[in-house]
Design a protein around this ligand. Structure first.
Ligand code: MG
Length: 159
């Protein structure tokens, strides 16, 4: 099989007193994702999409969120380990598409920076990384900017 597709989904609560680290950069916002690691839901969803496409379980299995080693961890480091495992399995990413659902930080003004940073972390051209922000129209659990939900889809090709 030359191509495989994977999906990743992650949700974090947004709280005051945490940097708004999403997609490997700190967005200007008064709340940030709460988590055992830095809470970067964008990188977590991407990591799960990569692992899922390669049939390698998921991020929570590799990095137990009760393990003190990962307390405050930079999710870019966790993503790099996932990518290493994907490559060992014989695959490389082709492209990524990411949807960030939140009424917290605005995504659109930072889209180019996010694409560039994620592309750097995953080893792709920025043109192969897409990211978009979606609001929940004032409905549901994410209304009022209380959280962030991220869905990522990744295509891998055998190398
Ligand atoms: Mg997470």
């Amino acid at each position: 099989m030359n191509y495989r597709i994977g999906i990743g989904l992650d949700v974090h609560r947004l709280v005051e007193g945490r940097p708004c680290r999403l997609g490997g950069i700190d967005l200007p916002h008064d709340k940030g994702p709460l988590g055992h690691s830095d809470g970067d839901a964008v990188l977590h969803a991407i990591a799960d999409a990569l692992l899922g496409a390669a049939g390698l379980d998921d991020l929570g299995t590799l990095f137990d969120d009760r393990d003190p080693r990962w307390k405050g961890a930079d999710s870019a480091v966790l993503l790099a380990e996932c990518l290493r495992r994907v490559r060992v399995a014989g695959y490389a990413p082709v492209n990524l598409d990411v949807a960030v659902v939140t009424e917290g930080p605005r995504i659109a003004p930072h889209r180019a920076a996010l694409r560039a940073r994620i592309a750097e972390l995953v080893g792709l051209d920025a043109a192969a990384v897409n990211i978009k922000g979606k609001s929940v129209e004032g409905l549901g659990a994410l209304a009022g900017g209380t959280g962030v939900a991220v869905q990522a889809v990744c295509l891998l090709q055998r190398v």
